[in-house]
Design a protein around this ligand. Structure first.
Ligand code: URA
Length: 231
């Protein structure tokens, strides 16, 4: 149950004082009855209307986007637009990105208003795998499978990277699954073994796969199963 004035603020663009004014004017009905009391408790399933229009609280939102190249996952940058600016969605300012990609990386980004959910994706303690398709400048040797599984030392970083799964598809094409997200991690892991990433695309986060129907720049809401797959 939530107070009616709070309900109005969360479901519209009105401030608390404008919500109170709308209430005093008699512009708000709950299940067909005019309610003027800001402290009135709104029950789940109640039909709340402002000037006859039904309003409801936007709950937490979970979105996947196929990030195009030359977009960024933060909001401040002069050079490239933020992926959030590609979305026409209400209350975009309540959303954040769960695990950033570089401007030149493409593929799956998860966008949400739920901070606890995104923490489960980004925290290295939660072991949520991020799978990348990687194109390399030079052919790769099979021996790197165990090197990446054992963990490698990155420049300016203490300790080893967590075990990573490397699958060789072709001499210069691999899949790499990592469960942490250090700055430029994939590029730095290949640099540490004398190679260079020339193309990087994220295919999956945990068991959430990038939807093949999404063209670069397109997005969709996650299904309930996708949301609850993040543990
Ligand atoms: N690792 C990188 O180097 N860049 C990314 O965008 C993601 C992982």
């Amino acid at each position: 149950m939530v107070r009616l004035d709070k309900f109005i603020c969360e479901s519209t663009e009105l401030t608390r004082s404008l919500a109170k004014r709308a209430l005093h004017r008699g512009d708000v009905t709950c299940d067909g009855e005019v309610v003027k009391n800001s402290g009135f408790k709104v029950l789940p399933q109640m039909d709340v209307r402002l000037e006859g229009q039904s309003i409801s609280i936007v709950g937490d939102r979970y979105v996947m986007m196929n990030k195009p190249v030359d977009t960024i996952c933060s909001t401040i940058d002069e050079q490239y637009p933020s992926v959030l600016s590609l979305m026409e969605i209400e209350k975009a300012d309540t959303l954040h990105i769960a695990g950033r990609l570089d401007a030149d990386t493409t593929g799956l980004v998860l966008i949400t208003s739920d901070g606890q959910w995104s923490h489960k994706i980004t925290s290295p303690k939660k072991d949520c795998g991020k799978r990348y398709l990687v194109e390399l400048a030079d052919p790769i040797d099979n021996s790197l499978i165990s090197v990446f599984a054992d963990g490698i030392e990155l420049r300016n970083e203490d300790g080893l990277t967590k075990p990573a799964v490397l699958e060789i598809i072709a001499p210069t094409q691999v899949r790499l699954t990592i469960s942490e997200g250090k700055y430029h991690q994939v590029k730095r892991m290949f640099a540490a073994v004398g190679n260079k990433v020339v193309n990087l695309h994220r295919e999956a986060v945990g068991s959430i796969e990038l939807d093949a129907d999404l063209a670069p720049g397109e997005w969709r809401f996650l299904t309930d199963n996708e949301v609850s797959s993040v543990k």
